[in-house]
Design a protein around this ligand. Structure first.
Ligand SMILES: C[S@@+](CC[C@H](N)C(=O)[O-])C[C@H]1O[C@@H](n2cnc3c(N)ncnc32)[C@H](O)[C@@H]1O
Length: 288
């Protein structure tokens, strides 16, 4: 069996299972298995694959055909130019979440930042936000919390991988609860968070691979998806420095409701960033 034949067979099986981008997906799985890049697949398409390797590849293809996301099969996802390990214990980092990183970088360029800024990521999951910000701000101290100890293990591994473990403290617990009693009220420069915001009443319109594979605790934020914001906003106000910022992601229909909630607190929205599809996705919120 050659590379070209393996791709054709993988794509055929994925197409029959209605998996989109079947050739690209077959290529990603084969690259992962053979430890080669896409150029290798294109330029050496006549190369023979060992039968045992081919069998493993077909197993990967069948996992994808039965709904498992590619990233859980390969164990990787790129985020802001860095490679993150992912397992079904943590949400797969999404490209739109990179806007949070861009916003924090832009805000720090515009104003004087403390010599050791304190950045907090609530609901760190794979650690993509906390680890990226620690890497982008080599002087920063970062605290990353999550209610899921399994997700925190994934985040710790990613911090090791990117050599920022010594500057990130990982704490297990509900939202800001693990920060209590540490004298951090009014001390945080940036809170960066991508909370669970999918309305549980919309669960059946979610893609099957998301609904069946990604952790429920990472997805759903109550019936309308707004429960976590309500709790987050009250505490964010308490923990931010005066003039500190909360940068958070929202669901594509949630701008009006979340803005109303923000207006009831001592916080104000200073910028709304739209994602590549034009949906309002990232809010920059300042403590008044
Ligand atoms: C949407 S995921 C975001 C993960 C990661 N920050 C990212 O952007 O890919 C939300 C994360 O919040 C965590 N979470 C859910 N409820 C929480 C709570 N009450 N307190 C702390 N973390 C929570 C979940 O375990 C999950 O890792």
């Amino acid at each position: 069996m050659t590379i070209a034949e393996a791709i054709a067979e993988g794509a055929r099986r994925l197409h029959n299972a209605s998996v989109p981008e079947e050739r690209r997906t077959a290529g990603v799985l084969l690259c992962h298995l053979l430890g080669v890049d896409r150029t290798h697949l294109l330029t050496r398409s006549d190369e023979e694959i060992e039968p045992s390797r081919y069998e493993q590849y077909i197993e990967f293809v069948e996992r994808r055909a039965s709904g498992e996301p590619v990233q859980y099969i390969t164990g990787h996802q790129e985020f802001y130019g860095r490679d993150f390990a992912v397992t079904p214990d943590a949400l797969i980092p999404r490209p739109e979440t990179e806007f949070i990183i861009e916003r924090v970088i832009a805000l720090s360029a515009l104003r004087p930042v403390a010599s050791v800024p304190l950045i907090v990521d609530i609901g760190t999951g794979s650690g993509c936000i906390a680890v990226t910000l620690a890497a982008e701000f080599p002087a920063a101290r970062v605290i990353a919390t999550d209610i899921s100890s399994a997700a925190l293990n994934v985040a710790r591994a990613n911090a090791e991988r990117h050599s920022v473990s010594s500057r990130i403290e990982f704490l297990e617990g509900d939202l800001f609860e693990p920060l209590a009693g540490r004298g951090l009220e009014g001390a945080i420069d940036f809170i960066a968070t991508n909370p669970p915001y999918v309305p549980s009443e919309d669960q059946y319109v979610l893609q099957r691979e998301v609904r069946e594979w990604e952790p429920q605790v990472a997805l759903f934020g109550g019936p309308k998806g707004l429960d976590i914001y309500r709790l987050l906003l009250a505490d964010a106000q308490n923990y931010l420095k005066p003039d500190g910022f909360l940068v958070c992601e929202i669901g594509y229909t949630q701008l009006d409701r979340v803005t109303e909630m923000i207006n009831e607190t001592g916080l104000e929205v200073v910028e709304v960033t739209s994602d590549l599809q034009g949906f309002p996705r990232t809010l920059t919120i300042r403590k008044l």
